[in-house]
Ligand binder design. Sequence first.
Ligand code: TRP
Length: 339
Amino acid sequence: MRIVSGIQPTGNLHLGNYLGAIRNWVRMQDEWTAQGHDCLYFLADLHAISMPHDPAGLRAGTREMVAALVACGIDPERSILFNQTQVPAHAELQWLLTGTARMGWLNRMTQWKDKAGKNREGASVALFTYPVLQAADVLLYQATHVPVGEDQKQHLELARDIAQKFNNDFATEDAPVFTLPEPIIPPEAARIMSLRDGSAKMSKSDPSDMSRINLTDDADAIMQKVRKAKTDPEPLPSDAEALKERPEAANLVGIYAAMAGCSVADVLARYEGQGFGAFKPALGELLVESLAPITARYRELRTDTDALDAILAAGAVKARALAAPTLTRAYEALGLLRG
Ligand code: TRP
């Protein structure tokens, strides 16, 4: 069994990134590698050029993301951590798979429709073929399981369709070229909202720095941001249902639960009837305490370019070795002579 997953490199990582995707990767690494399975985690830097981007920002963001992943607990000794660019087999297999993927399949992708919007003529070809590269990312390694958010489920189904059609068209039943990967959608993937607006996701592009907890924030900044977070004057209710109409309150309770590793009901059982004057300092302290080792490591690592580049180089060596046999089989199955 083998886990493969990718994440687009962005800089300025925050609590939403940690509780959303990264922490789940760390948990899976800890469980799966202990049982002798492989975990491959990569930065989808090739995907990043499908939208308008700034090259210097991509370069810096890729290194920052490596720093964040390692600071959060991805261990490059146990997991294979790399970026797509240093494993050319991703781009090669993508081209091979574009012969199998159908225009109609890609036209149905909701992410393509959302991101291209009304201006399809002006969208990049890379944005359209994005899901084919994503299929190559996982099929290349014979991934059995792919942890992704709900929004990526459709791309995973496409990867299965491509694998199935390729196997059908170019392989025999007893010797398929590709494994059909299963998505793993974490049930409690925490959705962390802005501290200033409970209806907007916590985001690095929010102009207000008070809206997010950055992985570079120190204890004082974290306490201050939680203290100033938008709330309402009501005390905390006794059941989660009553938080439905109170997005900011729900967000803070949700952050507490995600950080403490308990349920919203557990948090309410403890704080019911108390106002935010009492709850906010408790949340702030919990965040400071749990994030301290991560933020310290992140601040130290993110400027150590040599160490980060060495991690990516070592990961790429391992990934290239795992990718080679499948790429060779795909070329052969298609009748392409590599000499
Ligand atoms: N498209 C994914 C996202 O935006 C990132 C990604 C690229 C990915 N390749 C992948 C995720 C392969 C899982 C497997 O989140």
